[in-house]
Design a protein around this ligand. Structure first.
Ligand code: NIG
Ligand code: FE
Length: 398
């Protein structure tokens, strides 16, 4: 991924492939990459542990899943059955199911139970080569319960090798038990939750679900104004069922606008002209049976496309990032390079991280190795070819 542009389309033949490569990692970061023979001459052999791989492997930067909700309790198999029997996601939510159902189940769970769930899911992701995972709150929806989720994410992060990047999604849906109106709720979150996020160093990212039936542009404005004022990075659930969210993302100079299933040419061109990363969530399209994000159009317009799993119990229960990214590639006609860019350095940019997502000097030694000599086998097998090895900051962990 080294040297590839952050925005726009990428041809496969522009992938900078190093045959017979060696990677020199020091203190967890890449110090040099070259052919093994050249690198061997540079490395102080006595002070270096060399792991020499006899067989052919393809090495890629460890994958980044820039949008998940893997901190939750319970299941929504009931919703899935109802949707497939004809009810819509928004209808189920209106009737008291949907996100609110998971809020009820997550509130009942202890912090320890949440930590266990996160770790279990992150470990499964690690076997698929994912070394950085963004994890949202948003199933707490009160100061206390949002804090419980974010503390669970922080604690889980300290117990595993994978980096978990937390995001506060206090504006996920309007809590049914809130005594007051939706603007009062938003004000309570900004006034009482935001300062604690800083104080306890729980996150520097704030998210909202902008949608009919969730939060309108108008209601969410003071929430993002406050977040911006306090120095949080902003990210938005945008244009999933109706448009409007991507415009808010651009106006607030968000790091990313995610979903975008119904974005039209107007929103695509707005995003492409901005520095907002457009994050497609094919797992939500597959989980809900909806159309895919117009990824091809976004890239052709010059936009920056990341691809994330959205792993959550409702809209995207599958959670298999590589399989989903490969499927988005087939339906949207994305090159291998564009799909890999979407789950590596472009996904890292959606998290405002420059230290990962590329195998180049200065980046973390996060590497995933697949068996075989042809990188095209990976997406061709649509998630069923599994990595042979995964390194996090230079340590072999899987
Ligand atoms: O990104 N769209 C809103 N939020 C999540 C779904 C959460 C849920 O259904 O539990 C999403 O798809
Ligand atoms: Fe989401």
């Amino acid at each position: 991924m080294s040297g590839l542009a952050l925005k726009g389309s990428i041809k496969d033949d522009s992938l900078p492939i190093v045959p017979n490569a060696g990677i020199w990692i020091e203190h967890g970061f890449i110090k040099s990459i070259d052919t093994y023979q050249t690198l061997k001459k540079k490395v102080p052999l006595a002070a270096t542990e060399i792991m020499y791989l006899e067989k052919d492997y393809v090495g890629l930067p460890g994958f980044v899943d820039a949008h998940t909700h893997i901190c939750y309790a319970g299941t929504r198999a009931q919703d899935y059955a109802l949707r497939n029997a004809g009810k819509s996601y928004l209808e189920i939510a209106k009737a008291g199911g949907g996100i609110w159902d998971t809020v009820t189940q997550t509130r009942k769970a202890s912090e320890t139970t949440l930590i266990k769930g996160i770790i279990q899911r992150a470990k499964r992701h690690l076997m698929d080569g994912i070394t950085t995972i963004e994890v949202k709150s948003g199933y707490g929806l009160s100061v206390t319960e949002e804090l419980k989720m974010l503390r669970a994410i922080k604690e889980a992060n300290s117990q595993i090798e994978t980096d978990l990047i937390a995001t506060c999604l206090a504006a996920h849906t309007f809590p049914k038990d809130y005594r007051g109106n939706i603007s009062d709720y938003v004000e309570e979150m900004t006034a009482h939750l935001f300062p604690l996020l800083k104080e306890e160093r729980l996150t520097n990212r704030v998210d909202a679900f902008i949608e009919e039936g969730a939060f309108s542009n108008k209601v969410i404005t003071p929430y993002f104004e406050k977040a911006q004022e306090m120095g949080f990075d902003i990210t938005v659930h945008a244009d999933q069922f109706s448009t409007g969210g991507s415009e808010v993302a651009v106006n607030f100079k968000a790091v990313s606008a995610d979903h975008l299933e119904v974005s039209s040419n107007k929103e695509i061109s707005l995003l492409a002209k901005s520095n907002v990363i457009a994050t497609a969530l094919p797992g939500a399209s597959i989980g809900l049976g909806c159309s895919f994000t117009p990824a091809r159009k976004i890239l052709d317009a010059g936009g920056a496309l990341a691809i994330a799993s959205d792993w959550n119990p409702g809209s995207a229960p599958m959670g298999n990032l590589v399989a989903q990214a490969a499927m988005l590639g087939t339906f949207q006609k994305l090159t291998n390079a564009e799909v890999f860019a979407g789950i590596t350095f472009r996904a890292a940019a959606a998290l405002n991280k420059k230290d990962r997502g590329r195998l180049e000097v200065g980046c973390m030694g996060d590497i995933v190795a697949y068996p075989g000599a042809d990188y095209r086998e990976i997406l061709y097998q649509q998630g069923s070819l599994k990595p042979s090895m995964v390194w996090k900051k230079g340590q072999l962990i899987s």
